[in-house]
Design a protein around this ligand. Structure first.
Ligand code: PLP
Length: 388
């Protein structure tokens, strides 16, 4: 007997929130560290393309990753990423899976010859994970600096970084999502041909970046580039050509280049999302404009922290502060919980600190509007006056 089909009841979601603070589109402000906020016009574009992508009759989620629409989209996305980042022609733009976390082993697996050492700068939970994985490859890892004993409160000065004699590359994490610190500018690797490898997961395209100074840059898509599921890898061609051969096929950069990021079914909605985000960044004026906006936004929140007479205590040292993730503590965990609950009820959501640190973390990636920063600053002032 055929089953009677049961319609799926989809609850209608309210189109606006009644909370005290809300975005222009009537939603709560999203301070999550990733997956994170998307521009509202980008979400509207997703809605349309999920129903019918470019008049094809099918939504983007249902397209084959090998049909002509996806072909066009993939190459267009690569061109857009190259344009936004001014990425030179001798760099490949790849989309991989496994997150930035998997690049911790994919990078040394491919790029660290057995006889060589790589240098790592340890400024955060994520860089220490990169070190842990890299230790399984090559002749070893040299930790050129670690901020662990100081609880990762700062970025090292150039004079504090001590490189090994002949590293293959120098790895660093440009923005430290958990502790809220950020390199102002990239470190200079030793002048023996060592190149920079950067985990730019949480600040890629938040400011201009000179890719010619790097051998490889990687970033999961879910913060400044779109939704979760894909990892952007920008890698110099000669490194791919000379990469280690004894690497499983699916983990080789060489395979990713040859098969145009499609050796198997790729995370095609995440790649699509990056194309829409790249158009959005261009429509806002590109990376120079992003940097200016990000500086203005962060200044509003750091202003509220610094003006609170110690009610909120910033984790990062002043000259190492991140423009993307702002981390701070209140006097007690109980007060922190009250702050987070009341903020969420007011429409300021997603500020709980990472499980490694506790406290509060405010993530204000490219898509985050300055109105939300002003709302938070106002809320912080009121909460401090009431509870100080
Ligand atoms: C700097 C940094 N590196 C690596 C990761 C891990 O990324 P994924 O969860 O995509 O593996 C994160 C995640 O937040 C991060 O912020």
């Amino acid at each position: 007997m055929p089953h009677a089909s049961t319609p799926i009841a989809i609850p209608a979601s309210p189109s606006t929130t009644a909370s005290r603070y809300h975005t222009a589109g009537g939603r709560a402000f999203n301070f999550n560290a990733g997956p994170s906020i998307l521009p509202e016009e980008v979400i509207r574009t997703f809605q349309g393309d999920m129903w019918n992508f470019r008049g094809s009759g099918l939504g983007i989620l249902e397209h084959s990753h090998r049909d002509k629409w996806f072909d066009e989209l993939l190459f267009e996305t690569i061109d857009l990423v190259r344009k936004v980042g001014s990425i030179p022609k001798n760099y490949h733009i790849l989309f991989m899976t496994g997150g930035s976390s998997s690049q911790n082993f994919i990078v040394p697996y491919n790029l660290l010859p057995k006889s060589r050492t790589a240098d790592y700068i340890d400024t955060d939970f994520w860089s220490s994970r990169s070190i842990e994985d890299a230790r399984q490859f090559g002749a070893g890892v040299h930790v050129a600096f670690t901020g662990k004993s100081e609880k990762y409160t700062r970025i090292p000065a150039a004079s504090e970084i001590s490189y090994s004699e002949n590293p293959a590359y120098v790895h660093f994490t440009s923005n430290n999502t958990i502790y809220g610190t950020q390199f102002r500018t990239e470190p200079t690797p030793p002048s023996n041909g060592a190149y920079l490898v950067c985990d730019a997961c949480s600040d890629i395209f938040s400011r201009p970046i000179d890719f010619s100074k790097y051998g490889l840059v990687y970033a999961s898509v879910q913060k400044n580039l779109g939704i979760t599921g894909a990892t952007l890898v920008v890698v110099r061609d000669d490194l791919v050509q000379n990469s280690n051969a004894d690497v499983p096929r699916m983990l080789q950069y060489r395979t990713m280049v040859k098969e145009e990021s499609r050796p198997n079914t790729p995370p095609h909605f995440a790649i699509y999302s990056a194309s829409v985000m790249m158009r959005w960044i261009l429509s806002q004026g590109g990376l120079g404009a992003m940097e200016k906006r990000n500086q203005e936004k962060a200044a509003v929140i750091y202003g509220a922290l610094d003006g609170s007479a110690g009610f909120y205590r910033a984790h990062a040292e002043k000259n190492s502060r991140s423009l993307m993730n702002i981390t701070f503590r209140l006097a007690t965990e109980e007060l922190e919980a009250r702050f987070l609950n009341e903020a969420a009820a007011a429409g300021l959501m997603g500020m709980k600190g990472h499980r490694a640190t506790g406290g509060c973390r405010v993530s204000i990636y490219n898509a985050f509007p300055i109105e939300g920063c002003r709302a938070l600053a106002e809320f912080m002032g009121e909460f401090a006056r009431k509870n100080g």
